[in-house]
Design a binder for this molecule. Sequence first.
Ligand code: FE2
Ligand code: FE2
Length: 335
Amino acid sequence: MTTQNLLDPGFELTLRPMRYPAFYEHYRNAIKNTWTVEEVDLHSDVADLAKLSPGEQHLIGRLVAFFATGDSIVANNLVLTLYKHINSPEARLYLSRQLFEEAVHVQFYLTLLDTYLPDHDDRAAAFAAVENIPSISEKARFCFRWMDSVEEIDRLRTRGDRRRFLLNLICFAACIEGLFFYGAFAYVYWFRSRGLLHGLATGTNWVFRDESMHMDFAFHVVDTVREEEPDLFDEEMGKQVAAMLEEAVEAELLFARDLCGDGLPGMNTHSMRAYLECVADQRLARLGLPPRYGSQNPFSFMELQGVQELTNFFERRASAYQIAVEGSVSFDDDF
Ligand SMILES: [Fe+2]
Ligand SMILES: [Fe+2]
């Protein structure tokens, strides 16, 4: 039987004629962004860490504890849910590439924790944060709940199955990669704007670029399903997505309160709230939904650092490896 739609169950193998050439292009573009953990020099970060105030040290400790498990959760959902149900071999090529990138991210954060936390017990505590630190457990619980929501679906037979799958896909793109990680990146760029933790910022630039592409691909899948099966996207779905993003913002704010305490110079819960609300509105807009918050981004360092570093990244790669990069990077679109 010929596959009709992207979410029709099966393991389609035919690449020619190609039904979804745009997904193949996502795969080819991702290959151009290859980087390795060994290229990141964390040496100067160790000296910077010693200079931080107690409040800043607390913040960075919590942040790396979040990084210890975040990408592994995303990788697990990719294999257990996305790869299983997005029935296109060209899309599965992209997901294979994304899985590799998540592995590089996990390796980067492993190396980061090994460097930042030389004490065995501190390091073990950071890796166990998902169980022991409430502000991190809460975010993990959010992720696991949306993974569990599709766990027993073997094949996307019914409209209900497909809607549940789409909510999982949107959750991981818009709320986890697109909000939790974007929250984490803001703390890194805040340090960077003060000339601190250059190694972490370098790795973050590359992770940031990858995450933007993961989100872009996921939203492209949503667009495709929406064209093929528009009735899946009813008013109820819009409400569920808005509620999910609202919950994600609150979970990330719990984390912000833990990290910032009563506030640090240039970083506090109030600013983080506005930033997260602004990001959430952008995710809603990408999904064709009305804004929920109407907040402005208070972190000018996010836009400046991002554009500069992404530009540098492409210049460096183009000269070092002769990899052609086409098109331009628009920070606002991904932000
Ligand atoms: Fe990642
Ligand atoms: Fe990702």
